[in-house]
Design a protein around this ligand. Structure first.
Ligand code: ZN
Length: 313
């Protein structure tokens, strides 16, 4: 297996750096990949963190797996682990790259495009071409908490099986956004991608990190790459097929009274918006239908129209 200027034979492991661009300081924008090959042939699985540079839980999940040595115990196949794709965003506490573009809306990317497009191209061209299955780790955006979940393309049976094997608390079959890694990988390369979501940006979430680390072990076992069976999850996943956002009907101070990870009944009070200057009465927020809270806002100050709860059915 040849990745950039690195060559990996069966039984061989190491790291390789793919140069995707340059920063104004002259430093290269590099994609650092850890490659682990077993002696026995098998699938190649990619674990990818930090496509959005401020989404730290995935970086930590892959770092822990690398540090814990699970990939060194592979019995078949290959793991490519990239803890941090978007180093610019990571250094700048930002989801995007300097031009404000989103790497996960820039696939497949081009060699001469924007920096986001070049990073996407570096990954598509050098890494994705080797891969049979990938897990792309994300979190909620600024002030938004996502309950740990796997999203996958409903029509892709391989992804459905992999999601079940990963066994997070929530499994959400939905369409991937245009020009996203998941959309591109399936459509062009026929590679199933699971999108992991857990926690919020710039913060560790212990629950999401634990779900991610144990899910990786279960997935590798399902792929026949690890023979030792990891522990089963402590509950069966809740399966979601559609979702809607509940938005703030007025601005003010927001507090949730029910958080994600719980079922809700139609008409149940789940949050409250208050006037900081005590002019108007509090406004209660009610669940518009039966469902399951898959995400919620942790922002204390909200504008009219801000997303407050993500409710799945
Ligand atoms: Zn993300």
């Amino acid at each position: 297996m040849a990745i950039a200027d690195g060559e990996f034979y069966p039984g061989q492991s190491g790291t390789v750096e793919v140069v995707a661009g340059q920063l104004p300081s002259g430093n290269p924008v590099q994609i650092k990949a850890h490659v682990f090959r077993a002696y026995q042939p098998g699938p190649t699985v990619l674990f990818l963190g930090g496509v959005h540079g401020d989404e730290i839980n995935g970086v930590e999940i892959i770092r822990r797996c690398l540090r814990g040595g699970i990939f060194k115990r592979l019995e078949t196949g290959t793991v490519i682990a990239i803890p941090l794709l978007n180093i610019y965003g990571f250094n700048n506490f930002s989801r995007d790259v300097p031009d404000g573009k989103d790497v996960n809306r820039s696939f497949p990317g081009t060699k001469s495009g924007s920096l986001a497009s070049r990073i996407a191209h570096g990954l598509s061209h050098n890494i994705l071409t080797h891969v049979n299955l990938a897990v792309d780790f994300h979190t909620g955006g600024r002030g938004t908490y996502n309950y740990p979940q796997i999203r996958y393309n409903a029509e892709d049976l391989r992804a459905a099986e992999a999601a079940e094997a990963f066994a997070p608390p929530l499994i959400f079959a939905n369409k991937a956004p245009a020009k996203s890694l998941r959309r591109h990988a399936l459509k062009i390369l026929n590679v199933p991608v699971l999108t992991f979501e857990g926690g919020e940006n710039l913060r560790y979430d212990a629950h999401s990190i634990d779900v991610g680390v144990s899910g990786i072990a279960r997935l590798l076992h399902q792929q026949g790459m690890l023979t030792k069976k990891p522990p089963a999850p402590d509950r069966t996943p809740v399966r979601i097929t559609q979702s809607t956002w509940i938005r703030a009907s007025r601005a003010g101070l927001f507090q949730w009274t029910k958080r994600s990870g719980f079922a809700v009944r139609k008409g149940e009070a789940i949050g409250i918006i208050s006037d900081p200057q005590v002019g108007r009465l509090d406004k209660r927020i009610y669940a518009p239908r039966d469902g399951f809270l898959i995400g919620h806002a942790n922002a204390a100050v909200v504008s009219q129209g801000d997303a407050l709860f993500h409710i799945g059915e």
